[in-house]
Design a protein around this ligand. Structure first.
Ligand code: NCD
Length: 318
């Protein structure tokens, strides 16, 4: 049987339980194929071109997509808005058409405007992958988070039915939270969002999750605690009294972590504000924190996305 995820990956909602699980299975297979290999390269996408089109700063996501494409033997072009004709005022559309004219098969886009990847998909013929658009979505982050949870808590198989995931912090500005709530629900997990009322979006009551203002009461019973970065660069007003007050009520430190279960995992998409939403001690806790594992898994998950979109084979889930 073959499962196809279509031409683009713009949102977590592009995936249903079957396609999301197939994607995680593909990532696991690619990960296994790379492990222990001296030359970390598969020939799958030889001759295909992937463009990384980044209008916002990024460390992890950009390098992760670059490595993923290179490990599948694709040619990779890195394009960042700084130092390009974008600073001369070139529009997204003209930039995209230029890249297409050079024969790109897929464009990985990060943009400060929510919806930019969807617009792009109407202009170009190749695949578009959303690597984070404004405060909207970041589907590959949600996939790598799900992959990490599945590997640690579900023996690397199936979906995430019954898992309780507590997502804490600046939900209002977080595309990671939006994509995670959707994908985790699709995979059968229960999600609890915890934030001060000022950092929750309008309409959150309609999201498929619980909402709480109180971190301490949400922690017992959580299988995963996912901390979100306080996104100061997106804040136009004052959302909480002080950094100290924020971390006192919503930061994860060792004392709070002690209220969790023995097996509870701590996650963070990075970059972290150490001492604000997460203490250094918790971030570096070798037993609980899987933050660097998330980064490692990101490469396999992005390889799987590129493979499923570009190989034209869907994915064989024999
Ligand atoms: C996230 C992002 O850019 O949305 N980071 C990431 O991709 N690893 C989260 C954040 O910036 O806080």
């Amino acid at each position: 049987m073959s499962v196809s995820i279509g031409r683009h990956l713009l949102s977590s909602q592009d995936l249903n339980n079957e396609t999301a699980v197939a994607l995680l299975d593909t990532a696991a297979r690619l990960d296994a194929a790379m492990t222990g290999r001296e030359v970390k390269k598969l020939p799958t996408l030889r001759g295909r071109t992937v463009v990384n089109l980044f209008y916002e700063d990024s460390t992890r996501t950009r390098t992760s997509f670059e490595l993923a494409a290179k490990r599948l033997s694709a040619d990779v072009v890195n394009f960042s808005a700084k130092g390009s004709s974008v600073s001369k005022g070139e529009s997204l559309k003209d930039t995209a058409l230029t890249l297409q004219a050079m024969g790109s098969d897929a464009v990985v886009i990060r943009h400060h405007l929510s919806g930019a990847p969807r617009r792009l998909a109407t202009w170009i013929e190749g695949s578009v992958i959303n690597a984070g658009d404004g405060t909207h979505e970041h589907p590959t982050q949600a996939l790598l988070d799900a992959f990490t949870m599945r590997r640690r808590l579900r023996d690397g198989e199936g979906d995430l039915k019954g898992l309780r995931v507590v997502v804490v912090g600046d939900v209002l500005h977080s595309r990671v939270a939006r994509s995670n709530v959707r994908l985790l629900r699709t995979l059968g997990a229960e999600v609890v969002l915890v934030a001060p009322p000022t950092l929750l979006p309008v309409g959150v009551a309609e999201w498929p999750c619980e909402v709480s203002y109180d971190l301490d009461s949400a922690l017992p019973g959580a299988d995963v605690v996912m901390m979100l970065r306080v996104q100061r660069e997106r804040m136009t007003a004052s959302y909480f009294p002080s950094a100290r007050e924020y971390s006192r009520r919503y930061g994860l430190d060792a004392a709070r972590l002690a209220k969790c279960e023995e097996h509870t995992l701590v996650m963070h998409p990075g970059p972290m504000n150490r001492g604000m939403e997460i203490s250094a001690e918790v971030a570096d806790d070798p037993r609980r924190s899987v933050i660097t594992e998330q980064v490692t898994n990101g490469v396999s998950v992005r390889m799987a996305v590129l493979y499923m979109l570009l190989s034209g084979e869907g994915v064989a889930n024999e």
